[in-house]
Design a protein around this ligand. Structure first.
Ligand code: DX5
Ligand code: ZN
Length: 223
């Protein structure tokens, strides 16, 4: 399964509902929702009220990326306001195993994310317990940053482990995706592609069509 996951961090919040409807109309299925607390990352984005309000009008799959310290405090809240998947940062948890279990018990999909400096090794023992690993290819906290090339090999490494152990785990990539980096990340093994500025800067409809075509071309190449 390949999915383009537009990140609403780069949306025009004055027209958020309209832009989400456009994504749906253009066949997007996943919506990437970045929650930042000003502690785990320097910036603050938005939280439950925004998610609850877009949930009322959207059937998209809500992929909630929590860039939040001790996310175990908020799992229930994000499930209640409409998350379909919750991704927490390995670096942010007091007890990673317990937090993953807590998300699993709440009935949504489970993701674990690592920052650029965190080795794949830190989470490889948890792969059987998660549905997805999110490899950050920028420092989390802001949209529009440059893709860190050195992170591509972490995607490759993770992909190899997943293949070798025959696991059912998706690889999501997040940060600095554009025409060039999209190909690098997908060739390395990423199948869930988060894109903020690539999708929302400029004309939304043509950007989505362009990104989807690009992805289809790469999928054909990879075979
Ligand atoms: C950054 C967020 C990303 C962000 C990506 O911390 O996790 O999801 O929206 O933005 P781009 O695609 O512009 O790098
Ligand atoms: Zn994100």
């Amino acid at each position: 399964m390949y999915q383009l996951c537009p990140s609403i961090l780069s949306a025009d919040f004055n027209r958020l509902g309209e832009q989400i409807r456009t994504l749906e109309r253009e066949g997007v299925e996943w919506l990437h929702i970045d929650v930042m607390d000003g502690d785990f990352v320097p910036s603050i984005s938005f939280g439950m009220p925004v998610i609850r309000s877009i949930r009322k009008e959207s059937n998209l799959f809500f992929d909630v990326h929590l860039m939040v310290t001790e996310p175990e405090r908020y799992i229930r809240d994000f499930v209640d306001c409409g998350a379909d998947s919750i991704t927490i940062h390995a670096e942010a948890c007091e007890d990673l195993e317990r937090t993953i279990e807590q998300i699993r018990e709440s009935g949504v999909r489970v993701g674990v994310s690592i920052k650029p400096a965190t080795p794949v090794n830190d989470i490889s023992h948890m792969l059987k317990e998660v549905d997805m690993v999110l490899i950050m290819t920028v420092q989390p906290g802001f949209g529009g940053q440059k893709y860190m090339d050195e992170c591509t090999e972490k995607i490759t490494e993770l992909h190899e482990i997943i293949e070798r152990e025959n696991l059912d785990v998706d690889i999501q990539v997040d940060g600095g995706i554009n025409d060039k980096t999209l190909e690098k990340a997908m060739k390395a093994g990423a199948n869930l592609i988060v894109a903020g500025s690539y999708i929302f800067n400029g004309d939304l409809v043509s950007n989505i069509r362009h990104a989807k075509e690009k992805m289809e071309g790469i999928i054909r190449k990879i075979g």
